[in-house]
Design a protein around this ligand. Structure first.
Ligand code: SF4
Length: 412
């Protein structure tokens, strides 16, 4: 028999919900009135340049994650398949395009918004995958808007000056076409200000996530996935900083009072890979009911950009967006995870093998086995997907997680 699930709610979630409402309503207003130019940007794209030039910035990945968490995604994927986008490719892409052609959005129910904002320009960075380029290319044709992008290195071991300079040059070359869309010149001082704000946002988001090193952890990975919105869509703004201050204060208070996010925390788990957006609650309860706190993840850490430096904005941005986990070689990724296991005092790792995102699935080429051999920390691979719920079996996941928990119990 499983124990009663006790998970403690985070009060600042309400403030973050309001932040997200304001963010989407401002975009909707601008889209209707044309009072601001709107740029679409990939989640780890060069948002700072766009913001410094006065664009409101919209991030389709966050929209598609909402399609996932509202469980709208799975049914919409087939409408993109019908346009030639395979069910095997990114289910963020297919769900999002499917929603667009069907004229639906998860923004309607909470915010009364009927459609996603139009794009005046679209900006991708292939640092995460090629799918974002194809995704944005579809919308560029739809909106008849310019498509700009940064083509990055992949599988990077050590990030060298050559890597950084080649990316920094591409970023500098974005300025001229963006000036044409924005109808105003680029201002280096404004850019530096935005980079400073973005760095501050990254620092405070890191502080938030690092509170999970406390035992018991005041926050779970599942909380993190719903609290991270401002780090993605609001980096470079004061409002994101303000709302994270509220969140950080609450988590610090929890740490001081030894209040755990999961009552009676017995096991500390690291999550590697994408969340299963349509199963956040179910997975949160599944682990919590067994006294396991999934408390840290590569995913939530992906919006930490510690290299950003307003004194050298282009070069530091190039470094920050190339040092990211997803851009790196397996050796660099393994060294990173090892540091996380140590910092967060982890008892076990879950690898989510997301069917439609090989880019964020690190269980396919022996990494779990190598890391367990090296660190002694056991791991479990869960087959699933970020948005396509046909790719997972809830029964299988439950059985495997229960067996894994027994293994951890025996290892104690
Ligand atoms: S990294 Fe994965 S989930 Fe994200 S856009 Fe690329 S393929 Fe999709």
């Amino acid at each position: 028999m499983t124990e009663k699930v006790v998970r403690k709610k985070i009060a600042a979630a309400r403030d973050i919900g309001q932040f997200m409402a304001d963010y989407y309503l401002e975009l909707d207003q601008a889209s209707k009135t044309g009072e601001h130019k709107i740029a679409w940007c990939t989640s780890v794209g060069p948002a700072e340049i766009l913001r410094a030039m006065g664009f409101l910035v919209y991030f389709p990945e966050t929209h598609s994650a909402m399609l996932g968490s509202t469980r709208m995604a799975t049914d919409l994927i087939r409408h993109a398949n019908a346009l030639g986008y395979s069910p095997e490719i990114c289910s963020y892409l297919t769900a999002d395009i499917g929603a667009y052609v069907q004229g639906v959005t998860p923004l309607t129910k909470p915010f009364g918004i009927e459609r996603v904002p139009r794009a005046d320009v679209l900006m991708y960075n292939t640092n995460q995958c090629r799918d974002v380029q194809d995704w944005f290319a579809w919308y560029a044709r739809e909106f008849d808007a310019p498509l700009l992008g940064v083509h990055t290195h992949r599988g990077v071991g050590e990030v060298t000056d050559d890597h950084v300079l080649s990316i920094a040059r591409q970023m500098e070359e974005l300025v001229e076409p963006l000036e044409q869309v924005a109808g105003r010149p680029f201002d280096m001082d404004e850019f530096k200000e935005v980079v400073a704000l973005s760095r501050a946002c990254s620092d405070i988001w890191k502080e938030v996530l690092d509170t999970a090193a406390a035992a018991p952890s005041p926050v779970t990975f599942f909380d993190g996935t719903t609290l991270m919105g401002p780090a993605v869509v609001g980096r470079g703004t004061q409002e994101a900083l303000d709302v994270f201050e509220v969140l950080l204060a609450e988590l610090k208070e929890r740490v001081e009072n030894h209040e755990g996010a999961v009552a009676g925390e017995r096991f500390r788990i690291y999550w590697e890979g994408m969340p299963v957006w349509g199963r956040l609650r179910a997975h949160s309860e599944l682990f919590a009911s067994r006294g396991a706190c999934v408390l840290a993840s590569t995913y939530c850490n992906s919006w930490i950009f510690s290299a950003l430096d307003p004194a050298d904005p282009f070069t530091s941005m190039a470094r920050a967006y190339t040092e990211l986990f997803i851009v790196r070689s397996d050796e660099a990724k393994e060294a990173y995870i090892e540091r996380m296991l140590d910092f967060f005092q982890i008892d076990g790792i879950i690898y989510h093998n997301a069917r439609t995102c090989p880019n964020n699935s690190n269980s396919r080429y022996g990494m779990p086995q190598r890391l367990t051999e090296k660190t002694g920390v056991p791991s479990l691979i869960i087959d699933g997907d970020l948005n396509d719920l046909r790719c997972l079996s809830d029964e299988q996941t439950q059985t495997n997680v229960e067996a894994f928990m027994e293994q951890l119990e025996e290892n104690r």
